[in-house]
Design a protein around this ligand. Structure first.
Ligand code: BG6
Length: 464
């Protein structure tokens, strides 16, 4: 069996808004993440009333040194996180950046460098400054492209010697399904139409391609990728209508990776736009900018789903953002997410066949309600099983000839859930004493999976 490459980037992934806390410290402005007490489906409470879990999250802002030391102990080669846009530009539209925000990430990158942990940095992980939402209508407004470019340019310039791997928008396809966190568009204030969504998406495509260009110009040795939420779909039955339904639904995701990896709108969208009366307003130069394609494709993978054209069989399966039809052959997590390790091999092969570009698995993991036993341990065998099965399938994909740069498991330290805003749903190798009722000491405890992952990294995947 093919071995993992020697320079494989083993690690974990976080997002600023789910771990840092310190939501108003050192000049940071409010973001979309700070106004959702119950997670992404709302309500939107702006300005916030009282304290929400994310406001202090797991206090990573003050404890990152301790946390990085623990990640280093596991042997991490890579840590994915985001730079909170509103720490650098609190309102989003300022001319000059916030010095304290820039300093924080400088110190953070220096700490990672001490342990030779490579940062993989997402520019936008559901963290748009609220001022851009309220004053400009989020990504529906073309002006936001220039604000994002300024943000990108600022951080590329500041961290060019420290960060070699970048991502533009986290799960860019999610704007279509969750317009507030994905696009800063308030469903409680504006009527959400396809026209509005696809125009906002176009603005993000231009902003993303422009960031790719700026990155290539400013940091020639850097690699910058796109990021999509990868949920492979299987036809529920052998009915050709179900197969066509899969094709249709798949294109809701491929559209995003196609544009960013190939540099132009795919032809299948012409029919979709025509049949849905959508006209994308493009400016001169947009098509040229889109040609700045990404160096690699990254994606999150938690589950697979089914699609069917039969409404009666259309029993919805639960997921965080995208809901799909339940697969009778698969078990589900406590939160109803269908567990399918082979779907990861399938996704890796599908994306590699389609683009022939390197891939990076930047999120994968099991959300579970862990508990500490009387001996003070967290015995999370279910997580070990989940991760072991998925990593085994990564190895299969390597054997299939797929090029994979690395694997960063989601929420390597317990963090606040995006979909539900709770912390009971834990993903980490490191338990954090923090609870949904806002109590807890923030104390860190190594789970059983901590030692398992350490061994996986030490043996470069031979132990799987
Ligand atoms: C992805 C997001 O959708 O899934 C993360 O990029 C999120 O931000 C992760 O946390 C897991 O989802 P949840 O809802 O369990 O936090």
């Amino acid at each position: 069996m093919t071995k993992f490459p020697k320079n494989f980037l083993w690690g974990g992934a976080l997002a600023a808004n789910q771990v840092e806390g310190a939501y108003l410290e050192d000049g940071k402005g409010l973001t979309v993440a700070d106004v959702l007490p119950d997670g992404i489906w709302g309500p939107i409470v702006y300005p916030p009333q009282g304290e929400y879990l994310k406001h202090n999250a797991v206090d990573f802002y003050h404890r990152y040194k301790e946390d990085i030391a623990l990640l280093a102990e596991m042997g991490f080669k890579c840590l994915r996180t985001s730079i909170a846009w509103a720490r650098i530009f609190p309102n989003g539209d300022e001319e000059t950046p916030n010095k304290a925000g820039l300093q924080f990430y400088d110190d953070f990158f220096n700490e990672l460098a001490k342990y030779n942990i490579e940062p993989l940095i997402t520019l936008s992980h559901y963290e748009m400054p609220m001022h851009l939402v309220e004053e400009y209508g989020g990504w529906t407004n073309r002006k936001v492209i220039a604000f994002f470019e300024r943000f990108a340019q600022t951080v590329f310039d500041r961290y060019k010697d420290k960060v070699k791997y970048w991502l533009t928008f986290n799960e860019i396809n999610i704007l279509l399904h969750a317009p507030f966190i994905g696009g800063g568009i308030r469903p409680d204030k504006v009527e959400i139409t396809n026209q509005l969504l696809y125009q906002a998406i176009h603005h993000q495509f231009v902003a993303s391609a422009s960031a790719v260009k700026i990155c290539h110009d400013m940091i020639p040795n850097a690699q910058i990728g796109c990021m999509v939420a990868g949920i492979p779909l299987y036809p529920l039955t052998t009915d050709p209508n179900d197969v066509l339904e899969v094709m249709k639904k798949d294109r809701e995701t491929f559209f995003f990776s196609d544009v960013q990896a190939r540099g132009y709108y795919p032809s299948y969208m012409n029919r979709f736009f025509k049949e849905n009366n959508i006209t994308i307003e493009m400016e001169d130069g947009d098509e040229e900018i889109l040609k700045n394609t990404v160096d690699f494709i990254s994606f999150s993978y938690y589950m697979s789903g089914c699609a069917t054209a039969n409404e009666e069989l259309n029993l919805q399966s639960k997921a965080n953002i995208l809901s799909t039809v339940k697969n009778p052959h698969l078990p589900s997590s406590e939160w109803g997410w269908q567990i399918d390790s082979k779907g990861l091999r399938y996704t890796l092969n599908t994306l590699y066949d389609r683009y022939q570009k390197p891939l990076f698995i930047v999120e994968n993991g099991l959300g579970a309600a862990d508990s500490i036993n009387e001996e003070g341990e967290v015995i999370d065998d279910y997580r070990i099983d989940y991760l072991n099965d998925h990593l085994y399938q990564v190895r299969e994909a390597l054997e299939d000839g797929v090029e994979v740069l690395g694997y960063t498991s989601w929420g390597c330290i317990d963090l606040v859930s995006q979909s539900t805003g709770e912390i009971k749903k834990r993903y980490g190798f490191i338990y954090v004493d923090r609870h949904d009722d806002l109590t807890g000491t923030f104390k860190r405890t190594k789970k059983k999976s901590f030692f398992w992952y350490k061994n996986v990294i030490e043996t470069n995947g031979e132990s799987l």
